[in-house]
Design a protein around this ligand. Structure first.
Ligand SMILES: N[C@@H](CCC(=O)N[C@@H](CS)C(=O)NCC(=O)O)C(=O)O
Length: 244
């Protein structure tokens, strides 16, 4: 703990357009933990970010009592444990359920990922909301994402047991992980005119996404799709300028 320091106990280093950063802020809100948000400048990395996450040099970083925690899934789980006495629990109480939710979180992050940091590939990334298929065939990539979302539709049915969220009656770990992408899904929809969460193909997830965004712990933390599209263009330009 940074006793005697003026710095608040909990700080988040990141940018509000990052789905990974959204996760951390939603987790802290669910726990009712106050935090200071340290906004990174577009296309640059602050000294604090580089010093706090020297291995990956990526946001988000959570600073708790001055100690850094990196990787959004690690951070969300850390928040659940470090503030166990506050708010509702984020990970399921049952070890088997926890394992299932972690499995699907890992699946979502592997298969349904938005790549926005490469200036040359950003548009392709957002158009397909794709995973690991950058540089490949767009239609094939979009189909792979659609297929992964189909799997997650089934996972939702199994995990939610007829309730509104993966975690049941309220937002939990898997809701935060997949839900953080919803702003980017909507941005992709604006660009392509095609739904990512298709009401015909993934009706449960389409309804869940609206419910997630309307949740009191999410609300204004979910970036507006139009602003994400603008952000993507500005990021491309900033990265290209930095590269030249
Ligand atoms: N697996 C990481 C991904 C974090 C990540 O990719 N962050 C992006 C912003 S959305 C970043 O900092 N990119 C900078 C870079 O790739 O150099 C997590 O879940 O925290």
């Amino acid at each position: 703990m940074a006793s005697g320091s003026a710095a608040p106990d909990v700080r988040v280093v990141g940018g509000l357009a990052s789905p990974f950063v959204t996760r951390v802020c939603v987790a802290l809100r669910l726990k009712g933990v106050a935090y200071e948000f340290l906004q990174e400048e577009l296309g640059k990395k602050s000294g604090l970010l580089l010093a706090s996450n020297p291995v990956q040099k990526k946001m988000p970083v959570l600073l708790h009592g001055g100690r850094p925690v990196c990787e959004s899934l690690v951070i969300v789980q850390y928040v659940d444990e470090a503030f166990a006495g506050a708010g509702r629990r984020i990970l399921p109480a049952d070890p088997y359920d926890r394992a299932v939710h972690r499995f699907w979180a890992e699946y979502a992050d592997t298969k349904v990922k938005i790549h926005a940091t490469d200036p040359h590939q950003f548009r392709l990334g957002i158009e397909c909301a794709l995973s690991g298929m950058i540089g490949g065939d767009k239609a094939e990539a979009a189909e792979k994402v659609a297929s992964a979302l189909g799997q997650l539709e089934e996972a939702f049915a199994a995990c939610s047991k007829g309730q509104g969220f993966f975690a049941g009656d309220d937002v939990g770990f898997l809701d935060i992980v997949l839900g953080s992408y919803v702003g980017w899904f909507r941005a992709a929809e604006q660009i392509t005119g095609k739904p990512v969460l298709d009401e015909a193909r993934t009706p449960r997830l389409a309804a869940w996404a609206a419910r997630f965004c309307a949740h009191e712990a999410v609300g204004d933390l979910m970036p507006d799709a139009g602003r994400l599209v603008e952000f993507g263009e500005a990021l491309r330009a900033a990265l290209a300028a930095n590269a030249s």
